[in-house]
Design a protein around this ligand. Structure first.
Ligand code: AMX
Length: 466
């Protein structure tokens, strides 16, 4: 047990047992200051116009419409994801790392998302210890997850596993007890940190249930960091895989960090972040909101894309073997497009260049992985596919996104359970969407309720008949 793994529990004013959270103290002053800024800004600029809504944006899934206030991250078409105004390369350079490691620690990035700055060494140690303590599940919760049918999709198990922990919501209890709305953020922070701390364990139980063949589930090890513990639950104790997990968890928080899971945030408009945000706007607790986001993440055009991408590469290898050429890739892409399918791992709704997360994956591969045919195929695809897609004349962004490489990296370390990949993404995304939810409650954002139109109304509006 490390020196910080002592009990950090204390009683709040409302009598609830809460952690004397080190990040809470840091946040309080920032939140009070930002509440004032927000309130003055709304008063002054409530009627200032910042854009226009076109018929294209209404018919195109609200594409490009600025309509969500989301504090923690922002996706830029060229730079890629920014976490708290820092791009991925700055994060990689400045974030705290594990001893001897090269990749950012997700715990440090979670702190950044919450507070806007990186923790110092002492803060990081205490925060890691706090997450360790929050990461325990009760025996009943563990048993419940282990009782899910083994052939149930891992994402369904993951979402249900989060829901199984929902009765612990401190926010829901405080709300029932009549907490003042200016204090919603305090118990939201409690739940958000609990969710972030518990998801590796929930995800580990899901993995064990689906693929463990009855092997006992290892306990949390206090000598290991967040990502190394998660790697251990997956049964892969290679030190480089823990590095990959660190990168992956950071990348997918909003961005998909190195692999996918750097930390999963991708500003507020992507489906999983927005679903979490939308459900949270009803003042549903963070467990309910996060589970909603995970159900969105389970869709093929969102979090399922990474497994689609790996399948694409493996099908290619089945057809062409391991002695393929770039000419073979060109033929394969042509056949894929001709059969009316998309090329997974390429394209993006917002980005208009190579996803920096993909670049992080490549960099990881160049450093840690040599002579892996599948990883070499990912690199060759990057040389061939953008041109092939650009030639169609309709793809807005022919460059790779984070999914183009992550599966091959995971496969390299023996994680070949494709159906599980979205769960990895989900663990990472918790860090992004949960930190955003703290700020949404801190700023007192209202319930979301955009206007919808029928096609008939829209047609009349265009003719100024409404
Ligand atoms: N392969 C083939 N066609 C593609 C394509 C691709 N990779 N990306 C876009 N297109 C096509 C679209 O299907 C669309 O065709 P249509 O007009 O016949 O319907 C046309 O190009 C224009 O689309 P777009 O404006 O470039 O993209 P979008 O914003 O509508 O969609 C995305 C973005 C990611 C869904 C799309 O690029 C795609 O399907 N890519 C492959 C799947 C993928 O990699 N998803 C991962 C996204 C990241 C994540 O959430 N994990």
């Amino acid at each position: 047990m490390n020196i910080f793994a002592k009990s950090l529990l204390s009683k709040s004013q409302s009598g609830q047992r809460m952690f004397a959270s080190v990040v809470r103290n840091k946040l309080e002053a920032k939140i009070v200051e930002q509440q004032k800024v927000f309130s003055a800004f709304k008063k002054e600029h409530g009627n200032t116009k910042i854009g226009e809504i076109t018929v294209g944006s209404v018919c195109g899934g609200m594409r490009g419409m600025a309509g969500i206030l989301y504090e923690t991250s922002k996706l830029h078409p060229i730079q890629g994801i920014n976490y708290r105004e820092k791009d991925l390369y700055e994060i990689k350079e400045q974030a705290p790392r594990a001893e001897g490691g090269r990749e950012p620690l997700p715990e440090g990035v979670l702190w950044l998302l919450l507070t806007g700055e990186f923790p110092n060494e002492q803060e990081l140690k205490e925060f890691q210890s706090e997450l360790y303590q929050r990461g325990h599940l009760s025996k009943d919760e563990e048993r419940l997850i282990q009782a899910f049918p083994k052939d149930m999709h891992p994402m369904t198990q993951f979402s249900m596993g989060v829901m199984a922990c929902q009765p612990n919501s401190k926010y829901a209890k405080a709300y029932r007890d009549g907490v003042h709305k200016s204090k919603y953020w305090e118990t939201t922070l409690e739940d958000a940190l609990d969710v972030c701390a518990k998801v590796p364990r929930i995800a580990g139980l899901v993995f064990n249930n689906s693929y463990g063949h009855g092997k006992p589930m290892p306990d949390q090890d206090p000598s290991l960091d967040y990502s190394a513990n998660y790697a251990r639950y997956l049964g892969i104790e290679d030190k480089n895989f823990s590095e990959l997990m660190r990168l992956y968890l950071v990348l997918h928080a909003y961005i998909y960090f190195i692999f996918i899971n750097f930390i999963s945030d991708h500003e507020g408009g992507n489906v999983s972040a927005h679903a979490t945000h939308l459900v949270g706007s009803t003042l549903a607790d963070p467990y309910l909101s996060f589970a909603a986001g995970m159900n969105g993440l389970a869709g093929p055009l969102h979090g399922l894309a990474n497994q689609e991408c790996l399948r694409f590469l493996l099908d290619f290898q089945t057809k062409y073997g391991t002695k393929w050429t770039e000419h073979d890739i060109r033929d394969y892409v042509r056949d894929t497009l001709a059969s009316g399918k998309v090329v997974p791992g390429y394209g993006h709704a917002v980005l208009r260049q190579t996803d920096p997360r993909f670049m992080c994956e490549l960099e990881f591969a160049n450093h840690y992985i040599h002579d892996d045919n599948l990883v070499n195929l990912v690199k060759a695809c990057y040389r061939v596919i953008p041109d092939a897609l650009a030639q169609t004349g309709k793809v807005s962004n022919p460059w790779p996104n984070v999914d183009a490489g992550s599966g091959a990296l995971l496969m390299h370390y023996g994680l070949n359970q494709f159906d599980y990949y979205t769960v990895l993404f989900g663990v990472s995304r918790a860090l992004g969407v949960m930190s955003a939810q703290v700020w949404s409650r801190a700023l007192g954002l209202p319930i979301e309720r955009p206007n919808s139109l029928t096609l008939n109304h829209l047609m009349k509006k265009v003719k100024n008949e409404l």
